[in-house]
Structure formats: C-alpha cells, structure tokens
Design a protein around this ligand. Structure first.
Ligand code: FES
Length: 133
C-alpha cells in the first residue's frame, strides 16, 4: 500500500514515483514512473522518452503541453497520447511509453503490477512524500 491518493493527483499536474521493477529472469531495476489524471482516469507510464532516453520532465518540471492535451517530453517536445502513451511526433511516431497498470480504489492510487515495489513519490518541484510500506 502506498500513500499516493487521488487528492494528490487532483492537486498536482503529475507526480513521479520511484519504483523497483522485479522479474523472475533478471535482477530488479529501479525506474521512475509518471502518474497523472487525465479525463477522470489515472494513468502511469515509465518516465522514459524513447527518442534519446530521457525522462519526460528532464528539462522542465512538466510532462504536459500548455493546453494539457498531450504528454510532452521537455527535451525536444515530442508529443504522446495520454491515454495510451503512443508518440505522434516524427522519428518516434507509433512507438509508445511503457504503460503501468494503475487504478483508483477508495481514493488511493494502486499499482496493479505484481512485480512492482514503490520506493518514493515525488511531487513536481517539491520534496518526496513519505511512502508507507
Ligand atoms: S528525448 Fe524526448 S523528445 Fe527527444
């Protein structure tokens, strides 16, 4: 259980979540997720732009365009559909961010990936929230 709530996502454009991704065949790896609400649903993706392998918020503390219609990588401005993570910009068109299953349950954001362990939650330009194990 983590302490990331629906209210937190409503109050912030996005949050990033540091996680440990485990697998049966390889050593666990640390990853960063970007988590946000869009059109009344919660979405989570591995925060990794396939263009030059950077986090979407690597240059600015933002992951959306100014209209909040598209996810936008702050490095070169490539755009992604928020509901499926598919890139619509040339070079990476058709490739997708890695989606992580996540749902809202009784006001709490719950990751539905068995092999995922939350390490920390970061608000934009703020210190991390403490995570309850
Ligand atoms: S690194 Fe993301 S658009 Fe270039």
């Amino acid at each position: 259980m983590i302490s990331l709530t629906v209210d937190t996502l409503t109050a912030h454009d996005f949050v990033t979540v540091e996680v440990l991704l485990k697998s049966k065949s390889a050593a666990p790896i640390k990853a960063s997720l970007v988590v946000f609400r869009f059109a009344d649903q919660v979405y989570a993706y591995v925060n990794h732009c396939m263009h030059m392998h950077r986090p979407l918020n690597c240059q600015q503390d933002a992951v959306f365009d100014s209209a909040r219609r598209w996810l936008r990588c702050s490095m070169h401005g490539f755009l992604f559909e928020p509901t499926n993570g598919v890139c619509i910009s040339p070079v990476c068109e058709g490739q997708a961010l890695q989606k992580i299953n996540v749902v809202e349950e009784a006001g709490i954001i719950v990751f539905k990936e068995k092999q995922l362990q939350v390490l920390a939650v970061h608000l934009p330009a703020e210190k991390p929230l403490k995570v309850t194990p």
